[in-house]
Ligand binder design. Structure first.
Ligand code: XUL
Length: 516
């Protein structure tokens, strides 16, 4: 049996990808959109609308209902789920699920005649789960920072962050102490769904665990001091922390209703970003991935444990072993769309023509593209700053200026990782921009590979399941399943030009930070 199933429970939906190792192909997939297909949970965008923009919570029963629906869709599509030899998954990071002491007993005795959401509702000690978009924990972050100072980032990989699970747990304990006391298990979205599949309380992997401000990345275990300060008795409520390639149990008999075999290995789930690292074939140091969306993210495997002195980048466990970075640039396509609209041009002009009409380096034009608050570097009061008069610049100059500035900022802020990248892989909508691929290749002086893969987190989970069950090296699996569509080679003659531009960009950014 050579078929493996990867799932990804993201903000807006649940996806499945099936891979066949013998055929070397992705053989199937399915998806459930929470808002459209499960309207009874009243979450059109995957979370419960709340008038307070800082509060973003979801009903965990919705994730369970999606699991039932997704498996039914796979079964109805005629997929032989009895042929699946291993299952893994990934979840939106940081979101947490709170369960009472009956959780293990209910997991052991799931009744195949009743939906998961109904059966597990009585074990939820908190009806609503905070998700990664929640930013209501500034006070708790301040308390953690005050108590632990720099040690928090040094040891957990990140300073206290509002969406991270530790501050969220602390807020829950402070605001609902009784419900917290009823909580016997705190799970992440990933480990919660792994628990349901395996019919037992599943561990948290180092990848997703590192998004909690609780896992000590030096000892690879929960930090007792930080856990105790976060909330009383928390250490006892957390599951074990384990490496990514861990079998957590056999598939619960409940899932035979969809045609699966009971006992099929379920391997540890991870966060969507660590899973994407694997699904883009970037599990080994040397390859970095740039995912171009509304926000752009830059991530890559790291040979050694290091943290970002500027406090912007995060460090997570790498499911392939070792560590990975995650750096988020909020003003990604958000800024690209702004500038395109401002210039009044179409995407063809933006993505193709603009670089033909302007020279590399653009005669030194640079822009700090903070159309919205920025996470890297931290900018709370946004404003766009140029080192030239934008009113006097032509549209193509402004466009090149934005794209070069975005690439320079990425190169600058990835420096702390101390990694030498020999290739960049890019995904997401804007990876179709020829201008951006050319500029990234030249700024990083690295070949830029455009990936054909769409659901990289679900694919990464399928690859982790296959690797954990068969022991086939991840690099071998990546060579088969994570091929690039095309490559843009760097123009070596532009190295010095862009090195100088990077220095100028750093100076401009420093000046602006001082001003703010
Ligand atoms: C990462 C983060 C998001 C979520 C989205 O820190 O908050 O990327 O994982 O699913």
């Amino acid at each position: 049996m050579s078929i493996f199933l990867g799932l990804d429970s993201s903000t807006q939906g649940l996806k499945a990808v099936l891979i066949d190792l013998e055929k070397g192909e992705i053989t199937g997939g399915e998806a459930v959109n929470f808002g459209e297909e499960l309207p009874e949970y009243r979450s059109p965008s995957g979370f419960l609308p709340d008038p307070d923009p800082l509060i973003r919570q979801a009903d965990p029963r919705m994730w369970l209902a999606a699991l039932d629906l997704l498996f039914r869709k796979l079964q109805e599509a005629g997929i032989r789920l009895d042929q699946v030899a291993g299952i893994s998954g990934s979840g939106q990071q940081h979101g947490s699920v709170y369960l009472n002491a009956r959780f293990p007993e209910l997991l052991r005795n799931l009744d195949p005649a009743r939906p998961l959401a109904d059966q597990l509702a009585p074990v939820l000690s908190r009806k609503r789960s905070p998700i990664w978009m929640d930013r209501s924990t500034r006070a708790e972050c301040d308390e953690l920072e005050q108590r632990f100072g720099d040690r928090l980032q040094r040891d957990t990989g990140s300073p206290a962050i509002e969406r991270f699970t530790g501050p969220q747990i602390r807020r829950f304990w402070k605001s609902e102490p009784e419900a917290y006391a009823q909580t016997a298990y705190v799970q992440l979205v990933s480990s919660f769904l792994a628990s349901v599949l395996a019919g037992c309380v599943a561990p948290v992997d180092y990848g997703d665990g590192a998004g909690m401000n609780l896992l000590n990345l030096r000892t690879l275990d929960w930090d007792p001091e930080i856990a105790e300060f976060t909330a009383p008795d928390l250490l006892r409520k957390l599951p074990r922390a384990v490496p990514g390639a861990t079998v957590v149990g056999g598939l619960a008999p409940y899932f035979t209703r969809y045609g699966f075999r009971a006992g099929t290995p379920v391997t540890a789930w991870t966060g969507d970003n660590p899973a994407s690292l694997i699904g883009t074939g970037a599990g080994m140091p040397g390859t970095a991935v740039i995912s171009l969306g509304t926000s752009d993210t830059f991530f890559g495997a790291m040979a050694d444990y290091k943290t970002d002195p500027a406090g912007c980048g995060h460090v997570f466990g790498n499911p392939a072993g070792g560590f990975m970075s995650l750096i988020c640039f909020t003003n990604g396509s958000l800024a690209r769309e702004h500038v395109r609209e401002e210039c009044g041009v179409d995407w063809t002009f933006f993505d193709e023509t603009s670089i033909e009409l302007t020279p590399p380096g653009n005669h030194g034009k640079l822009m700090l593209p903070y159309f919205a608050p920025e996470s890297t570097p931290l900018v709370l009061a946004p404003r766009v700053r140029c080192n030239f008069d934008p009113a006097a610049a032509r549209p193509e100059e402004k466009i090149r200026c934005l794209l070069e500035s975005q690439a320079l900022s990425m190169a600058l802020h990835a420096g702390w990782m101390g990694e030498r990248f020999t290739r960049l892989r890019i995904t997401g909508g804007a990876s179709n921009s020829r201008a951006l691929r050319r500029i990234l290749a030249d700024v990083f002086q690295t070949p830029v590979e455009r990936l054909a893969i769409r659901d990289s987190a679900a694919l990464g989970a399928a690859l982790m399941a296959a690797h954990t069950v068969t022991a086939i090296p991840l690099a071998e699996l990546a060579a088969t399943f994570c091929a690039a569509r095309d490559v843009t080679e760097p123009d070596r003659s532009r190295q010095e030009l862009y090195e100088a531009a990077r220095r100028h960009y750093a100076e401009l950014e420093k000046e602006e930070q001082k001003r703010a």
